[in-house]
Design a protein around this ligand. Structure first.
Ligand SMILES: *Cc1c(COP(=O)(O)O)cnc(C)c1O
Length: 365
């Protein structure tokens, strides 16, 4: 990854990895698709075919692939395809599908309920589900007055910037299989997780028992778009109709699909993620060294979660820093992206240190 230099007036933010623009290779293929004349619409173009084949090659399996505009649609439609209206989906209390999709999964599945399973202890603090938490939730009731558990949804990397190990994914998927549940993976930050684990992408998906993956592209350097990857092709029956009905079928699909070529060639998707992860490590180490700045979860992907006192938060916001403070039970979230610079990280860390000093200094006697 070449080092990134930005003019100082182009401020970088840490609110979300989707604040960043598109990376060079994605932009290149976006333009290639634009400069090659007319092409069939609605996904019948050569770009979409090429990218789908490249994704099948990446995962080393014959999977079904669809492109949608965003992660909320990817998750909602994928879950809807796994569930009848009377089914339910087991997820963690901090799952994006539970807290940040405005009821999309329930809406598109005509009422399937999300069952929030609190794993307790360290797992919960890390935003994870555990096999036990899934088992408890699924065996709690078996009568017909309760929505029948049908899916387990894992977020990889998690909403708290941690990463499930290969063994953890396998163990949860094994319980799911034993209880006849399908496994959905919200992979808005799948690339960051693979970069951290250093595993093959198949090792934490179909080889571990995942049936459908929502493979995020937007947060990793694409202009727009997520891929929904069905490893169990029986589950994608009629999925194209769902996508169309939901208003997620892009007529000029090639502009969503072609940029993926830039991500997949030379494993740019991984180098982008590695860079974002490295910037998060840099920030994490700096914040960990500041007194009064408590890390809420280990930094395993591209986000750093810390507890900051209210006055310090306000001082940072007044100084123009943008970040979320309502995620992770009152913690502050700082996300790094594929183009986050070391200078920006250092400036943020210095600003946080200064905000803590100025707002927590004892008043003069
Ligand atoms: C960002 C994100 C999504 C997708 O969100 P959209 O804004 O709808 O693209 C899904 N899951 C997680 C964990 C996310 O962080």
């Amino acid at each position: 990854m070449p080092s990134i230099h930005y003019p100082a007036h182009l401020k970088q933010h840490f609110a979300s990895d989707n604040y960043a623009g598109m990376c060079g290779p994605a932009a290149h293929w976006f333009n290639e698709a634009n400069n090659s004349g007319h092409a069939p619409a609605y996904g019948d173009d050569e770009w979409t075919l090429k990218v789908s084949n490249a994704l099948r090659e990446l995962f080393q399996t014959d999977c079904d692939i669809y492109f949608v505009f965003n992660g909320t649609a990817a998750n909602s439609l994928a879950l809807a395809s796994l569930c009848q209206s009377y089914h339910s989906v087991v997820c963690s209390p901090v799952a994006h599908i539970e807290t940040d999709e405005c009821g999309g999964p329930e809406f598109f599945s005509n009422g399937s309920k999300l069952l929030v399973a609190d794993a307790g202890g360290i797992a919960a603090q890390h935003g994870k589900l555990t096999p036990d938490a899934v088992e408890t939730m699924v065996t709690k009731r078996s009568d017909l007055h309760y929505p029948k558990p049908k899916v387990v949804s894992l977020t990889q990397a998690t909403e708290l910037g941690t990463v499930y190990t290969v063994e953890e994914v396998r163990a949860i998927a094994a319980i799911a299989k034993r209880r006849q549940l399908k496994v959905h993976m919200d992979g808005a930050r799948f690339a960051n997780a693979v970069a951290t684990l250093g595993c093959h992408p198949s090792d934490i998906t179909w080889r571990a028992g995942v049936d459908v993956l929502c493979f995020g592209g937007t947060k990793n350097g694409l202009p727009v778009g997520e891929a929904v990857v069905f490893f169990d092709k029986k589950l994608s029956e009629d999925f194209a109709y769902r996508v169309k009905q939901a208003g997620q079928l892009a007529s000029k699909m090639r502009f969503i699909s072609a940029p993926w070529l830039g991500m997949l060639h030379d494993d740019v998707w991984l180098s982008n993620a590695r860079h974002a992860n490295a910037m998060a490590q840099r920030l994490s180490a700096k914040l960990d060294a500041i007194p009064n700045c408590r890390l809420l979860a280990p930094t395993q992907a591209n986000g750093v979660f810390v507890h900051l006192p209210k006055p310090a938060i306000e001082a940072l916001q007044t100084a123009g820093w943008r970040f979320y403070e309502f995620i992770a039970g009152g913690g502050c979230r700082f996300m790094c992206s594929w183009d986050t610079t070391a200078e920006a990280v250092d400036a943020l860390a210095a600003a946080i240190a200064a905000a803590l000093t100025s707002t927590t200094a004892p008043s003069p006697q």
